[in-house]
Design a protein around this ligand. Structure first.
Ligand code: ZN
Length: 195
């Protein structure tokens, strides 16, 4: 995001509002709820012409407002291979934030060791389930500045990366659990939507 433009001088007959010394937050985006065709579709790679910077800033604002620790572009209705993550608990204040923007991510290594962890998703609010996934991974991705990175991740970061990459491939965490549990959650979602 570029720095916000300076405020124009107020006209003489207008009361000048006290200018707050806070950065202007980009507007949030509506989060797509399951079931939805965009959440089942495979997203395409991000290209230079895609204005990923603006999208990523709006996705971060949306994720912080939700609040959540990860958000993938298909969840805001954009079929691009991009997601944002911030595992820091104290995301309410800008100082407490540690945002990551991951573009065109590619897993290059996955551990054989699997681990069970409870997951939730901003597209399935208030629903949680235990999901088994690899414990560790190696990931290649591009950042907003166009720099390539390769990182090793474990614990919550690995979990969050695998969950978000699933979104880019049209997969939800409920696709990893039994059909019985999945249908129970989807039925509740449909019922909540009607009320
Ligand atoms: Zn999710």
């Amino acid at each position: 995001m570029t720095a916000p433009a300076p405020l124009p001088e107020p006209a003489p007959d207008q009361a000048a509002p006290a200018a707050p010394a806070v950065p202007i937050m980009p507007p949030t985006m509506p989060i797509v709820l399951a079931p939805s065709p965009i959440l089942k579709a495979r997203a395409r790679p991000v290209q230079a012409s895609d204005a990923a910077g603006d999208l990523a800033q709006r996705m971060l604002a949306t994720m912080y407002a939700a609040p959540g620790i990860g958000l993938a572009a298909p969840q805001v209705g954009v079929g691009l291979r991009l997601f944002v993550i911030d595992l820091k608990h104290d995301a309410e204040t800008p100082e407490g934030r540690a945002p990551m923007v991951l573009i065109n991510p590619e897993i290059t290594r996955l551990s054989d060791q699997l681990v069970i962890m409870e997951e939730g998703c901003l597209s399935l609010p208030t629903h949680f389930a235990e999901v088994e996934r690899p414990d560790m991974l190696r990931l290649r991705y591009t950042d907003l500045a166009g720099a390539r990175h390769e990182i090793d991740a474990d614990g919550l970061l690995a979990r969050c990366i695998l969950h978000e990459i699933d979104h880019l491939d049209g997969v939800l965490f409920i696709d990893h659990i039994s059909a019985l549990k999945r249908n129970m959650i989807l039925r509740k979602m449909a019922k909540e939507r009607r009320t």
